[in-house]
Design a protein around this ligand. Sequence first.
Ligand SMILES: [Zn+2]
Length: 122
Amino acid sequence: MADGALRGTRLGTLSYETDENVRLADRQAVYYDCSCGTTIELPFSLEAEIPSVWECRCGAEALLRGGQWPEKKPEKPVRTHWDMLLERRSVAELEELLTESLDILRSGVDDFYESGNKGKKK
Ligand SMILES: [Zn+2]
């Protein structure tokens, strides 16, 4: 530095990268039409795999213009509590348990009312 002055550069505003060897990917505009009337325009690289649906702001799925709805994957049947229960017990067993439980419940309820009327027993 001949003049002895310190020279700084403005960080952030200057890029030391050159544009050489940098090629922006070719882009294409892709449109999605939502049933709510919204059109979504998205730039995609030409090499990108374009999804056939895009989630709209309204929450619905917008369909790629000119595209087709993807076939719904066969959904895994949801295992309910009932299904899990049946894996452990047969219906006959459950009936029995239900009867037992009802008996206990009923006797408990009776106790509850009785305890109010006659004082505690048992
Ligand atoms: Zn929408």
